[in-house]
Design a protein around this ligand. Sequence first.
Ligand code: ADP
Ligand code: ZN
Length: 202
Amino acid sequence: MFQQPTRSGWIEVISGVMFSGKSEELIRRVRRAVIARKQVQVFKSHLDARYAGLFSVSSHDGVTVEAEPVDSAEEIARRLRDGTEVVAVDEAQFLDDGIVDLANRLADQGVRVILAGTDVDFRGLPFGPMPTLMCIAEVVDKFQAICVVCGGPATRNQRLVNGRPALWDSPIIMVGGRESYEARCRHCHRVPRQDEDQTALL
Ligand code: ADP
Ligand code: ZN
């Protein structure tokens, strides 16, 4: 159980697969910080277009926080304003390793840093800076989605290309392929190798 520290400045990580509710939780925490009249800045990776123009959090007394799209940890550092007390970052898995130093530095300076990101890539392997961020954080929450195949708790991102499980070696960005993602559990997650019989792996 997280105990409120006596000195301000710490790191919280909200991890889990896609659809596990990370963004909902991030927004909830940001909204509460806004209600507490904290100076808040929210960032999201440029790579995620889901919230384009939509991610804004308002308190009942009219304070609004917009998410600022960024490409790198360095860009977050550049956009930080004097007096910011809470820094929230969504889709942190897409950021470079510089986010680790930045998060530590901000927390050391008294800033509350909240980082949300998917902890595993489509193969089920650690994603970008997430493992290190989970290590240096004071608090880590790992959320599960619902496996769309069996209804169990989902801990894997199933990548589908044209409706079929993506191959282990498939490129991160598929040119010309229609890709999508599903939340699945360990047992329903499929990442076939090139030579596997794919008809058995739907
Ligand atoms: P994340 O940021 O982790 O991708 P979001 O906060 O954007 O997650 O979305 C969580 C919401 O997605 C849930 O509240 C639910 O309404 C919806 N959802 C859609 N598919 C699933 C699923 N397979 N398991 C759980 N929630 C799902
Ligand atoms: Zn399952």
